[in-house]
Design a protein around this ligand. Structure first.
Ligand code: GLU
Length: 469
């Protein structure tokens, strides 16, 4: 049977790491197995579902490259489908209307608790006659409960192994608030069947829903599916992940200058790792190596420093032209207009970038020499006169380099003849400051290669004027 999986988010909050990890594992599994990946928006909860959350989640998935192979399904558009299956269960007496009031249910619960019994619905409305039901429905609405079998429900989970639940502990749970208002456990079963889903991959928080869903599948005569429940995501202290991360929309990371490939790499390692413990993995690596059987049972640890580190690794490994395109939203119009220069800057700075957004701060001096204090040109306690002299000598030597040979290696050879005679720090420090106007920057030869001969000489002349003033 062809493999088909689905990611089924409820658009009731920001699209966070937990959701995205579930989406990614489904997508990777489908890609690895040559199957299909589908998206189903579970928006039956009208009060809590919001279109803005849905839009944010689809935009984020698009950014991460986790895109569906078929049209997106929305539960809010499928009322008639649920109705027909609910009616079937009602007709076959596998489900029934319940009119118990919240007060009655609460009293029942308290009575059970006081007897030391696990609370569950006693089945008061199970025995109502069709006439009594019709009568009650005329006066008002009732909920629909599923007749949960008392037998054991077992399934084989790909991550956790065999699981067994005592069906008698669940009681007859509510599957719909009316024929057109199905609740989660029922809608999921109907949709998974209609969408021909073969594997349900989702968070551990749904583990205890699985026996209920299997019982509904049996009642409707649907085949079972395979399950894989993914471990919780824990904070770096191995405790519950803090709200800050649970509720941050991942799209904000795009805006902070993270690469999609780094975020995907990070998500993949939340509860899974490849055979050898490699950490930096491309999307192609992940698709090739992803295996649900290697998903761990215990919580995946969320370490924000690791995300930052992975981002730097992905930036470093990215071809310069592609990286120059990705930094475009973070830089000014004038930088973007100077494409040649931008490529050279990105090439030099990509070793130091942790986020795409760091570029303006790190590399602004290439485009415009910042104001700096002449004192910055002085290396340790070198007398200012010697610094000035060294700048003059360096300038003279550099004049000799033919513009066509103005590249790092050649510049270095020329300048080092001065530096060897007059001291490395004494020559190279003022030179680097003259070129960058900054206390820290890439080395002077790299900067000059980016700036070109004319601009480099101009900046050294500027430093000489500063020293003379
Ligand atoms: N809509 C559910 C959620 O967002 C997921 C349901 C499922 O995967 O079965 O938690």
């Amino acid at each position: 049977m062809p493999i088909r999986v689905r990611f089924a988010p409820s658009p009731t909050g920001p699209f966070s790491f937990g959701n995205a990890r579930t989406a990614l594992f489904n997508w990777l599994f489908a890609r690895h197995e040559g199957g299909k990946f589908l998206i189903r928006i579970e928006d039956t909860d009208k009060e809590r579902s919001e279109k803005t959350h849905e839009a944010n989640l689809l935009m984020t998935l698009e950014w991460l490259g986790i895109t569906p192979d078929e049209t997106i399904v929305r539960q809010s558009e499928r009322g008639a489908v649920y109705e027909s299956y609910l009616k079937k269960l009602l007709e076959e007496k596998k489900a029934y209307y319940c009119f118990c009031t919240p007060e009655e249910l609460e009293a029942e619960r308290q009575a059970q608790l006081s007897q030391g019994l696990p609370p569950r619905y006693r089945g008061t409305c199970r025995a109502l006659s069709d006439e009594a039901i019709a009568e009650r429905l005329k006066k008002g609405s009732g909920v629909i409960r599923f007749k949960m079998p008392e037998s054991t429900v077992s399934f084989q989970d790909i991550v956790h192994g065999k699981a067994s639940f005592d069906g008698s502990l669940f009681g007859d749970f509510i599957i719909a608030k009316g024929c057109r208002e199905p609740l989660y456990n029922f809608a999921v079963v109907v949709d998974d069947y209609e969408m021909k889903i073969t594997h349900v991959i989702r968070g551990d928080d749904h583990f205890s829903n699985t026996p209920k869903q299997i019982a509904i599948q049996d009642a409707l005569g649907f085949p079972h599916v395979h399950y894989a429940h993914l471990p919780l995501i824990l904070g770096s202290d191995h405790k519950k992940l803090s709200k800050r991360y649970l509720e941050t929309s991942i799209y904000e990371y795009k805006e902070k200058g993270y690469l999609a490939s780094a975020v995907v790499n990070f998500l993949a390692l939340l509860g899974w790792h490849p055979e050898e413990d490699r950490e930096v993995l491309t999307i192609e690596d992940l698709v090739r190596e992803f295996d649900l059987r290697r998903v761990q049972k215990s919580g995946g640890v969320f370490n924000p420093e690791k995300l930052e580190w992975l981002n730097a690794q992905h930036i470093k490994r990215m071809p310069t032209p592609a990286l120059a395109e990705l930094v475009a939203p973070f830089i000014s119009e004038s930088w973007r207009a100077n494409g040649e220069m931008l490529l050279r800057v990105v090439n030099v700075e990509k070793e130091r970038l942790k986020h795409l957004s760091d570029l303006p701060m790190l590399a602004g001096f290439f485009f415009e020499l910042p104001e700096y204090d002449a004192k910055l040109l002085i290396w340790n306690s070198t007398p200012p006169a010697a610094i000035l002299d060294n700048l003059h000598f360096t300038l003279d030597v550099m004049q000799e380099i033919p513009p066509s040979e103005f590249e790092k290696g050649t510049i270095e050879q020329y300048v080092m003849t001065v530096a060897e005679k007059r001291g490395r720090g004494e020559v190279l420090w003022p030179l680097r400051v003259a070129l960058s106007g900054k206390e820290s920057s890439p080395g002077p030869f790299e900067i000059m290669e980016v700036l070109g001969k004319e601009e480099s000489l101009r900046r050294i002349e500027r430093a000489i004027q500063k020293m003379e003033a």
